[in-house]
Design a protein around this ligand. Structure first.
Ligand code: AKG
Length: 160
């Protein structure tokens, strides 16, 4: 299937350095979506089992009118990915391409501005002396450094 690529990057409001792409997906499409994201270099996703309904009120049929009273919750998976602004469109395109069936219930994507990213592992500095050891809060990796997911030893060395 060939689908149009978005050519220009839209202006997101509010503007932020990072965005969370939050996608509500068919559970059986999630592994396809996440492995496609891995292939384009996205190395961190969070998934949750959720239930919900959308415009069709949980029905697989299209509702004729604007009225619906059903609230049959349908099992979905919520996929959350935080990326830099310049990666947002690529992630959205990938999620759409891999999640799409064209049938009712394909899900939705929400784009949420993210104020900061803090890596927990590098956020504490151990300070030792001869009699006691204690830890002191350390600014650690925030922002771009924390969002980057290179891993490994070089990732663990930092200068205060
Ligand atoms: C909705 O409630 O809007 C739906 O699309 C329900 C159908 C489904 O998720 O399978």
């Amino acid at each position: 299937t060939v689908r149009a690529q978005s050519s220009s990057v839209p202006e997101y409001i509010p503007d932020a350095k990072f965005y969370k792409v939050e996608a509500i997906l068919r559970p059986w499409r999630v592994s396809q979506v996440s492995s496609a994201l891995l292939k384009i270099g996205i190395r961190g996703v969070t998934v949750s089992d959720v239930r919900g309904f959308g415009a069709q009120g949980g029905s697989k049929e299209r509702h004729g009118g604007s009225e619906f009273s059903e609230d049959k919750f349908v099992a979905k998976v919520k996929l959350e990915i935080v990326v830099k602004k310049d990666q947002v469109e690529a992630v959205i395109e990938k999620v759409k391409d891999e999640a799409w069936t064209g049938e009712i219930g394909d899900g939705k994507i929400f784009l949420v501005p993210v104020a900061d990213v803090i890596r927990i592992r590098t956020g504490i500095m151990m300070i030792y002396d001869s009699t006691l050891s204690f830890h002191a809060p350390f600014s650690g990796e925030r922002g771009e450094k924390a969002e980057r997911m290179t891993g490994g030893l070089s990732d663990m060395t930092f200068s205060a």
